[in-house]
Design a protein around this ligand. Sequence first.
Ligand code: PGA
Length: 250
Amino acid sequence: MRKLIVANWKMNPGSIKEAEAIFNGLSIEAKEAKNMDIVICPPFPFLSISSKIKIKNVIKGAQNIFYETIGAYTGQVSPKMISSLGAKYVILGHSESRLFGDTNEIINKKILASIKSKISPILCIGENIRDTHGEYLSFIKNQIHECLISVSKTQIKNIVIAYEPIWAIGDKALRYATVDEFIEIRIFIKRTIADIYGIKVANEINIIYGGSVHKENARTFVIDGEAGGLLVGRDSLIPKKFGAILAAIK
Ligand code: PGA
């Protein structure tokens, strides 16, 4: 399977000019990574961005959407709107969006709405802390079950699952996740998916890793941990650093 590398810019950078420079820089780096798909997820105002350098494996994505299509929803953006700007993916359930009100129930509605508009959801799941009683496993299982309510066996094929342990995200991360911690959860996610959709679907679902991905650990997650790809935050804003991640897993 082609690896999926997602660049999550979060609420960066501060202007369209800077966004264009980063987008061009990432496109240049992506040119060398033909066996991967690079999904660049800028903030909404920069979604119409395109690079002078047209690279086939560079795809656009958004960082969230609302579940309605059109109407009186001040401040919201629909899957149809991002689709009309060329987006093919959307990050849903990111821990930072959950902080501002996205519950499993809302995320579920957003997943169903995205699929209807032919936008592939990248569903983020992950625990706040790794307790010693293994409660994080039931937490993750519950996230999967609740976010996937009414998602059919055919629809699930459009979804990518990103395991993002909250404690390993951002510059305030407690520590880095180990590859063994990722493998444990990758297997656990597959088992949970198998319970709902059967073994075949579980074997096919793409599970990627996110949380302080850098050039030093990218290869371990993808090669040793068999991650289907990576979700990169900070290092996706610096083309050279992003390029080094792509080079490490090539
Ligand atoms: P980070 O962010 O790579 O800066 O840790 C990852 C994420 O939150 O998606």
